[in-house]
Design a protein around this ligand. Structure first.
Ligand SMILES: N[C@H](CCC[C@H](N)C(=O)O)C(=O)O
Length: 261
């Protein structure tokens, strides 16, 4: 089969994007999806995203996300932002979008090359002595630490991800260093990639909320500096938790390609 695909990246988190409105790709083809994401034998990416026709008539499209290991996964924030840019490129939307992903409905806007994605509300944040845990569409373990630039993220992240605490399904792991009262440097180990990625959208969203929850910021708008680029997260704190959460940053098409598979 000759497959047309597009490669997108959002602050260095990169994805194979496929217009699957004709359902050419089966969601059960783990082997194919893993091959397409392989950086030596395939196209290479942190994940693969199918754009499909909406099931809800109020939606513009549907998002199906797979980690590089080929397994369908929980929500991908940077992937959602890239999918909005892809839908705009295909002419499906103009500057606003509404779509459904595995964690529910998302709204998005596109302005001056920046894609802003509304994330699901967060009602529970587990604030422990040396880490916080919350789910922003994907599960995130958040550790505030000094000198994160010196860390071996793959080693330190895998230790947490495969620990007894997360035996049931694992987690993503974020290492965070405060830069100012409203900006933080973040490095992320991603479940399903099983390595450090250059940024993680649900991860920086979790970091922004964890910073507020643990008193490391009093701002409801936070800058997150990742090895792949800068992201911004804004939210509203209420007595029920966190809502009106928006993840903003660039999302770019790198190339279009064809692959025989
Ligand atoms: N690897 C994550 C999903 C993708 C998250 C990340 N790429 C993002 O931008 O949110 C997981 O299995 O929970």
């Amino acid at each position: 089969m000759k497959l047309t695909f597009y490669k997108y990246q959002g602050t260095g988190n990169d994805f194979v994007m496929i217009d699957n409105r004709d359902l050419i790709i089966s969601k059960n083809d783990t082997k194919l999806i893993n091959h397409l994401c392989d950086r030596k034998f395939g196209i290479g990416a942190d994940g693969l995203i199918l754009l499909e026709n909406p099931e809800d008539e109020k939606d513009d499209f549907k998002m199906v996300y797979f980690n590089a290991d080929g397994n369908e996964s929980s929500m991908c924030g940077n992937g959602g932002r890239c999918l909005v840019a892809f839908a705009r490129f295909l002419g499906i939307i103009e500057d606003t979008a509404r779509f459904t992903a595995i964690d529910g409905v998302h709204e998005a806007t596109v302005k001056n090359g920046i894609v802003s994605l509304k994330m699901q509300d967060v009602s529970e944040v587990s604030n422990n002595e040396d880490f916080l845990f919350l789910d922003t569409g994907s599960p995130h373990h958040v550790i505030f630490s000094e000198n994160i630039g010196l860390r071996d993220i793959k080693k330190d992240g895998a230790k947490v991800r495969y620990s007894e605490r997360y035996a049931n399904g694992g987690t993503n792991v974020n290492f965070v260093e405060p830069i100012s009262s409203d900006s933080f440097s973040v490095r992320t180990y991603e479940r399903g990639v099983e390595d450090e990625t250059l940024s993680c959208g649900t991860g920086v969203t979790a970091v922004a909320i964890a910073a507020y929850e643990s008193g490391k910021t009093t701002s409801e708008k936070v800058s997150l500096i990742t090895p792949g680029g800068d992201l911004s997260v804004r939210f509203k704190k209420s007595e029920n938790g966190y809502s009106d959460i928006w993840l903003s940053g660039p999302a770019e098409q790198v190339f279009k390609g064809e692959i025989i598979c």
